[in-house]
Design a protein around this ligand. Sequence first.
Ligand code: BEZ
Ligand code: MG
Length: 574
Amino acid sequence: MPEAKLNHEERDKRVLDLYEQLLEIEQRLIPTGLHVFGRPSHAQEKADVLRLIASFDRPEFGSRAITDLVAEGVGLVQRGTLFSTLELQQRERVGAVVHQAMEIFVADGEAAAEKFLEQQANVTRHESAKVFSLLNDVSEKLKTNNELESLVRALRGEFIEPGPGADLVQNPAILPTGRNTHAINPYSIPSTASFARSKVVADSLLDRFRKEHGAYPQSMALVLWGLDNIKTQGDGVAQALWLLGVKPVRDALNRVTQVEPISLAELGRPRIDVVMTISGIFRDLFSPTVQLLDKAVRLVAHLDEPHDLNYVRKHVMDQIAAEGCELDDAAVRVFSNAPGNYGTNVNFMVMDSQWENEDTLGDLFVIRKCFAYGRDSKGRPIEGREARRAMDRALARVQATYQNIDTFEIGLTDVDHYFEYLGGVSKAVEKRAQAKPAIYLSDSLSRDVKIRSLEETLRLESRAKTLNPKWYEGMLKHGFRGVAEIENHVSNTFGWSATADAVDDWIYTEVAGTFLLDEEMLDRLRKLNPHSVHSLVERLLEAHGRGYWDADDSTLERLRDISRSLEDQLEGVA
Ligand code: BEZ
Ligand code: MG
């Protein structure tokens, strides 16, 4: 290590960076157990969730972010300056006051918390009352849980009241739970707030790429999901429109049916070519939005602009010149499954271990997702026409892939869908572009938008969840199912090795050390669920076998022993 060569300043910076990372892990909100159907949340879970709800401006409830109120009250910022621009220590100071205020609120109620904030941080009761009134409402609704009753009523064929779909932090109006999630009017997508919010995300994404690669990406592949766009009122869609450099236009009925270009002067950068791979659910729920996205690409392709400021036009013109194809073939950018089909199957192929090399995974993604949607230049609908060649061409230009993450409840290793989609498309790009794309995720959970690379996000998720005793002990309280969840997380992590080679060796080493090489833990796990422990060991051995994990011989030997002994146990021989 070149430690000795660091000067004081560099050393201090490194320590501060490390400190920032530790704080990031510490402050990351994680689920500490599975949701138990019909059970209201505990007090501690409640304080955490309320704190997060209070840390956002809530114009719909007339309240401001509590972090801003405290930062202003103690004189750290002027009104209008974001809390996130504060120095780390100042943020910590504000965080501590907010934390304490929430605990007082949960223990002693609104009046005590208001008094505390007034005395400790000069927050006027007028302002804090608005925040606590919202929190009171949320807190009351969290006490009730109609899930079981609603289920029984649904089974009796009775009416279930509808409610919005989102997570609690995004939209507290989802409470009480146990209602019938309704979608949104697709013509309202993206909402005005979502479009404004998404500019910051798209700009940060491009900034990050530019810092790392020295230029704008000419082409990016985006993954768009239905539920995510319901929850955020269209953040993914809005980000795609920003990258293309167009804005949504509402008609006389306030429906988003058109787009118009943002001028290059206003944009201040080139228009990025965007390949959109959309889920079957998105295709089904957002038919007008699918048309809008396709329309946006075609509009940009027709703008008479210099090619170095309009990469869509550049690529479409280049392809027409090189292949003599029609504009309709060169401008296809919205891809999904064949009508009536869903998913990429990349997750099933990975989980079954029945694949020879990684290219197969990317090819499977394209086979499943190469169906074009939109309208041709004569206005005739294209409803899932197979367009494999067009997709191959479009992916061959991609330099970066990206997906928006909008909830703390479900992340990269919680489900197999992130790697099947973002991993799948990235692997498909790698073969077609003959270069690995940069892979990014945004974290729009916190107010200060963060763009992270896939590798960074996986490190954070592994530390905050899979390897975090708070997380796995929370899971283990659920016994059999909890062990299955741990195994799921490791398998989903493995999915990121298979599709993107994005998992550090230390992550597998720590998984082995935490769950298998620790005798006491191994004992607990195999008593609860030997099947999942066996799958876990086999997955780690597969990670080694496929070259994703450089493990030492004694570790491997021990894992093979454990595997044999579990097989004996499962066969009832032990
Ligand atoms: C969707 O909402 O589009 C979606 C949900 C689960 C997996 C994949 C996509
Ligand atoms: Mg590796």
